[in-house]
Design a protein around this ligand. Structure first.
Ligand code: SF4
Ligand code: SF4
Ligand code: SF4
Length: 155
């Protein structure tokens, strides 16, 4: 599976905002999550990006073909920092001012939780990579400082 940095490197990197994102990096994440489409980046469709756009289309077609995914924690690498728990969008709740707050540590039904110094999977069925409205979310993996999270892809 391509990662956000691979996608980002091929984008115009002008942070023009035409896709509705403040930065090209944010757009790269959302492309992988399925929240954005390549067509949302209008500058990519100018002639100068023809070759690069084809490369991006190839990468995105790999993402779109992924059918089943699983999330695996490498307990030997996990240092229990909880970055994944806090950054997971399913764990985020809105505060009274409508700001998103990562509540992974205290939420009743988390996907991931820290137990005995390592992260454990509590309920994978809540993960955005599952279910009928699934997206190819990669946020926990991208926030892990030790590369302890891997996704199993069945293409
Ligand atoms: S429209 Fe394209 S170039 Fe502009 S910010 Fe979005 S991804 Fe970057
Ligand atoms: S893949 Fe996304 S939804 Fe699933 S646990 Fe990781 S951050 Fe949460
Ligand atoms: S971000 Fe990585 S190291 Fe930190 S708790 Fe999660 S899996 Fe473990």
């Amino acid at each position: 599976m391509p990662n956000p940095m691979e996608i980002y490197k091929l984008l115009p990197k002008t942070n023009c905002g035409k896709c509705g994102e403040k930065t090209c990096m944010s757009f790269a994440f959302k492309l992988l999550n399925g929240e954005k489409k390549l067509e949302d980046c209008k500058p990519l469709y100018s002639k100068e990006y023809d070759v690069i756009r084809k490369k991006l289309e190839e990468l995105i077609s790999i993402v779109e073909k992924a059918k089943e995914t699983g999330l695996i924690i490498n307990e030997e690498l996990c240092i229990g920092c909880a970055n994944c728990v806090v950054s997971c969008p399913v764990h985020v709740e809105k505060d009274p001012k409508n700001a998103g707050i990562g509540r992974g540590i205290e939420i009743d039904e988390p996907i991931l939780r820290i137990e005995n110094g390592v992260v454990v999977v509590i309920n994978l069925s809540l993960c955005r990579r599952y279910g009928k409205n699934r997206t190819l979310c990669v946020i926990c993996r991208e926030n892990c400082p030790t590369d302890a999270i891997a996704f199993v892809e069945e293409l």
